[in-house]
Write a protein of this length. Sequence first.
Length: 116
Amino acid sequence: MISSNKLLGDNAEDYACAFLLSHNFDILSRNYRYKHYEIDIIAQKEACIYFCEVKIRKNNYYGYPESFVSEQQQQRIKLAAENFIFTHHWDGKIKFNIIAIESKNMVLTFFEDAFF
């Protein structure tokens, strides 16, 4: 049985992909894994690859979704991104982004260059 949190996360990633596609991004990968690390969405627009972490919260009582991407998680995303870049022989620009969604009203905020 799929947990409600897993279903909420999957729906958030679908919503984030729809947003990216509507803004002329190409989706290269979803849930890209390297060892124990994962990147929710890898997208490309023109000559730049975007590594996107999707965060959703039912409400903002305990903080905004984007505030739940820890330094440790950022480091894990960077390690997975390094592997993607190496295995795909990418030598163009890259950006690390957060897509934050407040689920009550499905408000999406795209934080480009959220971390380096």
